[in-house]
Design a protein around this ligand. Structure first.
Ligand SMILES: [Zn+2]
Length: 113
């Protein structure tokens, strides 16, 4: 499962960060998941809770937001934000070309102590 390996990476990153800060507990993590990542926020949350049962991540609250992607219509040049791969141009209904954003998972904020 896609989310499982992502979650492993996320845990590793957070643990490294906690170590760096000399923290014993990661209280809250704010994540932004790009809409083009094909990651279900709920699945990621589920994996995280299953994985982080002990240690600094045991009580971590995960806040997950969605990052939209910028796109440009291939037919009419209209620029807009897409919310998933199935979106079509709001003006003419044609396919779009990906311009920027929405394709990464970003750790926006971490609260440790
Ligand atoms: Zn268009």
């Amino acid at each position: 499962m896609h989310e499982l390996s992502l979650c492993q990476q996320l845990c590793d990153q957070l643990l490294a960060l906690a170590r760096q800060e000399g923290a014993h507990c990661v209280h809250e993590v704010e994540l932004e998941i790009g809409v083009l990542c094909c990651v279900e926020p709920e699945a990621l949350r589920f994996c995280f809770e299953a994985m982080a049962k002990s240690g600094p991540l045991a009580a971590t609250r995960l806040r997950v937001g969605r990052a939209l992607a910028q796109a440009e219509c291939e037919a009419c040049g209209c620029r807009y934000e897409v919310t998933d791969w199935l979106s079509v141009c709001p003006r003419c209904g044609q396919r779009w070309r990906h311009l920027a954003g929405g394709d990464a998972i970003i750790i926006k904020a971490v609260e440790v102590s």
